[in-house]
Design a protein around this ligand. Structure first.
Ligand code: SF4
Ligand code: SF4
Ligand code: SF4
Ligand code: FES
Length: 1008
């Protein structure tokens, strides 16, 4: 059965605060009495009373519009037949929805619609899912008196420019739902109704097609369309779905809930779930459309082993691969000691999968050498927020932003990286909330449709702490601090120390201007607005954490929120926008080398004893190695074996040459992933992973919301990832077994106080819960620190600004910073294997016109970008989005090798790499790319990149289809053949750079 949402026609009226009292009014509809909140439409009240009034232009995700005139009703004591969607209930109202007069009027409306609509229902893609069809039935339409011969729109053509959906204008009834969805839900304003009266038509952009318009392909219009005018291409190809599985998007930390709508084990479409707590029925292009990677031809479904990384992979049974992996790890430990191996867990995997990986390390490896990819993104969040508030998580749920008055957005680009949350934020901004953006780059939110930031502090990369201190300086010295909140909720001594610190002249906006580049007056204005503008909320991203002072900055933001009393209620808080789907969860699950699940230090005897008793083994009390320590120890010869769970560290971690050098120094690298990724080049064992469509477990999103991930199909590999990990632990001598993943969650709940009330049964009942979920908060905790902080009183900490060591110099005069783009995700392993490549086929280097002019760099041409650790080649995009002296790129393509140039500078407290600041030089052309190929691993990467770039140029001369197919060949070629050959060739020194390029082009010619 497919899961049909009951559409109540219009949205519920919004209360002034989330739990605010709403006056009730009682009305009678078709003889049924019902009490509803004041402001509820007659249509919604009727639906709640069990009476669905016919409708076409109304839907409960959009404000009523009142254009179709199908929802007419009669109201006692009122003249005429008002539209029920635009008429609010008033006390004592008596409504009739079904009278002979209304029936006649509705049939007349439907006749007009149908006389200008194709009558191909039996072959239409929407057959069985068309509101026009349903309403024709509902009003009893039997005849069309006007005939079908008059003026009509039946010959209008289709727009197939979008890779994922088709616009068939001939079927459009001009109900405006798509236009309103794009405006109200998505906030992009890409659609308009052109023309008037009979000539009115929906248009994307200015007379263009969807692809060339500002459309971001979120699909909200497709979902809102009541006819087959806007239809998913998969529905056109496959027909209507037959069953529904409720699950969770596996891309970003928003954690949108989806209905996976299926035919057997084939996904027909993903429809965002209206009752999903994180997304309330909205999605972005990735979650709704970019799931095709799960069946991509590159997907690896069988385990593989090899003796040396220069050997060919050999496909083997799971039993053989597990025995082989266990044997190699045991051999390493017997020769190098038990601390010579470790693991990296994945923030893309479920809580249950992550939990068993860290358990395997602690119980079967016998050490605490477990770290997570969160090390390289949000580890400073954990450190900073724990220090200030006592727990390592964002303070609010996403809904809270609907009650914010001033939003301080620092180092985050939500329209690209967290799009569904961005739509919520934009809605609040259109309602009048103010926005202050702190970012080196002019992100879209600074000025976009119907939104303009009140402040844009375009700081120099690496100077966040200077800005936050100067904002605090203004607030304290101008007497704008919330002294009542501070006195009641915070440690007085720490506040006194901090306020004296920020009040110093050295922290004033005027003194900091020389570092930050932000005019002091702008900082003063922003500080006053944040302190006095009502509910002030801070949202931040990796532009805060990925710095040498990432942890300092998180504490700085916590200080600012406490000083202005912006914690513990709706509309405020300090909120990390987490990058990957389960960053929060992987941290919660004990993936850090110093913490057991629930952020409890391994040195805590009582906690350790609890785990030891349940697991039946001793746990080390000393923290294990962090990822950078693992790499350093590997190069030093002390760390020899690594299990990499669902991460591509060879692409995502900084200073690629260093990472590759570490990986190639190890004796056993085990990779568990969907694809043979960059890291797998250095692996000896490959375990195939499962896509989110096959997983059974939970993800925890950025608002601490634990969402169920339900399997829409069986694991294509034949095994769940947690089963493989358990079997490896068993082979290593520590028994680990579960019948199903719910038992793993039961173990997590038994061992972790903040998860005590969590179970699959509860999640099935409640949809989702936000931790802490325990006896005190059985239904979860949307907003934290309401009465008091988890640590009791909030703790202010002085945050001196220490300039990063990564400074621009004469040799490297520009500062590179990095980020994401909407259509791609992280290292692109998934999105590059979908039609999303139509929007972003390569990473580009943004450079300011003055810097470009100075260097002779022209828009669209290749440039060499070099740092002190490496260099790569990117295509330039000359733009004023970046300030002079700053360049910017994304890191979604391995061929760009953005991390070849990032350094291994890192956060002082957590070792989170300083991705956001790298001193570089940019020069036109690719000439310098061969100049610094000194490190063998770096040399190999550079060779591969260069060969591919040459091949891409070769492909660019052909037609679009030829290019696509060449690139597809290139991907396979690279994955399966070239790396092995190149590794051999580089090792033996038998080839030159020119040989590689010539060979790449020759092979591509053959393949293409
Ligand atoms: S897909 Fe989204 S952005 Fe594009 S037109 Fe539809 S609603 Fe607007
Ligand atoms: S495209 Fe669909 S939603 Fe938009 S106006 Fe036409 S029928 Fe209505
Ligand atoms: S916003 Fe994030 S979680 Fe939601 S659909 Fe997009 S990628 Fe998925
Ligand atoms: S549904 Fe009310 S006017 Fe269209």
């Amino acid at each position: 059965m497919t899961l049909m949402d009951h559409d109540l026609g219009t949205p519920a009226p919004k209360p002034s605060s989330r739990n605010g009292e709403q006056t009730e009014v009682e009305v009678t509809i078709d003889g049924v009495k019902i009490s509803v909140a004041e402001g509820t439409s007659v249509m919604r009240a009727a639906a709640l009373a069990g009476v669905d009034v016919p409708k076409l232009c109304a839907t409960d995700s959009l404000d009523p519009f009142g254009s179709c005139r199908l929802c007419l009703v009669e109201i006692d004591g009122r003249k005429g037949t008002p539209a029920s969607c635009t008429t609010p209930c008033s006390p004592g109202m008596t409504v009739s929805t079904q009278t002979p007069k209304l029936e006649r009027l509705r049939r007349g409306v439907m006749e007009l619609y149908i006389s200008d609509h194709p009558l191909d229902c039996l072959t239409c893609a929407a057959n069985g899912d068309c509101e026009l069809q349903d309403m024709s039935g509902a009003v009893g339409l039997r005849d069309v008196r006007y005939g079908y011969e008059g003026d009509n729109h039946l010959s209008l053509g289709k727009d197939t420019s979008n890779p994922y959906f088709t616009f068939d204008s001939s079927k459009c009834i001009v109900c405006n739902r798509c236009v309103r969805a794009c405006e109200e839900i998505q906030g992009t304003f890409a659609l308009t109704i052109e023309g008037r009266g009979f000539g009115s038509r929906v248009a994307a952009g200015f007379n263009g097609n969807f692809f060339d318009s500002p459309c971001v392909s979120c699909g909200a219009c497709v979902q809102a369309c009541p006819t087959a005018t806007l239809t998913e291409n998969t529905v056109i190809e496959l027909g209507q779905p037959r069953r529904t599985v409720l699950t969770t998007c596996a891309y970003c930390g928003v954690g949108c809930s989806f209905k996976a709508e299926m035919q057997g084990e084939t996904v027909v479409r993903m429809t965002p779930y209206k009752n999903g707590g994180a997304n309330e029925g909205h999605s972005c292009v990735k979650g709704r459309f970019a799931w095709g990677y799960a069946n991509h031809q590159d997907r690896q479904l069988e385990p593989m082993i090899r003796e040396s990384i220069t050997d060919e992979w050999k496909k083997v049974s799971f039993e053989e691969a597990i025995a082989y992996a266990a044997g190699r790890l045991q051999d390493i430990q017997s020769r190098h000691g038990k601390y010579s191996i470790g693991a990296i867990s994945s923030s893309r995997c479920t809580n249950e999968e992550v939990f068993v990986v860290q358990k395997m390390v602690r119980a079967a490896f016998g050490n605490n050498n477990i770290d997570t990819c969160a090390r390289v993104c949000h580890s400073p969040t954990g450190f900073g927020l724990s220090n200030a508030f006592g727990t390592s998580a964002g303070t609010q749920d996403f809904k809270s932003v609907e009650y914010s008055d001033v939003i301080l957005l620092i180092g985050a680009n939500p329209t690209d990286a967290h799009p569904v949350f961005a739509s919520r934020m934009k809605k609040r901004l259109r309602e009048g909330a103010k926005l202050i953006v702190v970012d080196p780059r002019k992100i879209d939110l600074v000025k976009t449709a119907h939104i303009e930031a009140s402040g844009f502090l375009q700081l120099q990369p690496g100077t966040n702490v200077a800005v936050i201190n100067s904002l605090a300086h203004v607030i304290v010295t101008e007497g704008l601090a919330d002294t009542k909140f501070i006195a009641e909720r915070c440690e007085p001594t720490e506040y006194a120390i901090w306020s004296e610190f920020v009040s110093r002249q050295e922290n004033s906006p005027e003194a900091m201007e020389a570092h930050t580049g932000v005019p002091a007056a702008q900082v003063r204005e922003a500080a006053r607005l944040f302190a006095t503008g009502g509910n002030g909320a801070i949202y931040y991203g990796l532009g805060v954490t990925e710095h040498s002072q990432g942890s300092t900055m998180v504490m700085g933001m916590a200080n600012l929120a406490m000083a202005t009393g912006n914690l513990g209620r709706d509309g405020v808080g300090v909120n990390p926008l987490r990058g990957q789907n389960n960053v929060q969860g992987s941290c919660d699950m004990g993936s850090f080398p110093h913490e057991l699940p629930g952020y409890r230090h391994v040195s805590d005897d009582a906690t350790r004893t609890m785990f030891e008793q349940l697991w039946g083994t001793a746990i080390q009390s000393e923290p294990g190695l962090r990822i950078p320590n693992m790499f350093d120890n590997a190069i030093d010869g002390n760390f020899k074996g690594l299990f990499v769970h669902g991460e591509d560290i060879a692409q995502s971690d900084p200073n690629t040459a260093h990472v590759e050098s570490a990986l190639s120094s190890m004796e056993c690298v085990i990779v568990q992933d969907l694809f043979l990724n960059e890291t797998a080049r250095f692996a000896h064992v490959f375990f195939p992973g499962t896509s989110f469509l096959e997983k059974d477990g939970t993800f925890t999103n950025a608002e601490r919301r634990i969402n169920r991930v339900r399997p829409a199909m069986r694991p294509q590999t034949g095994k769940h990832e947690w089963e493989i990990v358990c079997e490896l632990a068993n082979a290593l001598g520590h028994p680990m077994s579960y019948n199903e993943s719910s038992e793993i969650m039961d173990e997590i709940a038994a061992l972790t106080p903040t998860f005590k009330g969590v179970s699959f049964a509860r999640l099935d009942d409640e949809g989702s819960v936000q931790w802490p979920c325990n006896d005190a908060n059985p239904h979860g905790t949307p907003i934290m620190h309401k009465e008091k902080f988890v640590r009791g009183l909030g703790k202010f900490t002085p945050t001196p600004y220490v300039p990063t060591e990564e400074k621009s110099t004469r040799k490297f005069p520009l500062l590179l910073t990095t980020g994401r783009i909407l259509s791609q995700y992280n290292v692109g392993a998934q999105t590059r294997r979908t039609k999303n490549v139509a929007w972003h086929a390569e990473d580009l280097l943004e450079i300011h016109p003055s810097d470009a002019l100075e260097r002779g760099v022209r828009d669209g041409e290749e440039v060499t970008i070099a740092s002190r650790v490496g260099n790569t080649v990117l295509r330039a995009q000359v733009t004023e989005r970046v300030a002079p002296g700053v360049v910017y790129t994304t890191f979604h393509y391995p061929i760009s090798g953005a991390n070849v140039i990032t350094t291994d500078n890192s956060d002082w407290a957590t070792n989170c790499p300083e991705y956001k600041v790298t001193a570089v030089q940019v020069s036109p052309g690719r000439s310098a790319a061969t100049a610094e190929l000194d490190h063998p691993a770096h040399r190999l990467s550079a060779l591969v990149r260069m060969a591919n770039q040459i091949a891409r140029q070769f492909a660019a001369d052909s037609s679009l289809d030829a290019v696509k197919s060449t690139v597809a060949h290139l991907e396979r070629f690279w994955e399966h053949e070239m790396r092995v050959d190149l590794a051999r060739a580089v090792e033996t020194g038998s080839i030159t750079v020119d040989d590689v390029v010539v060979e790449a082009v020759r092979r591509l010619t053959v393949h293409a």
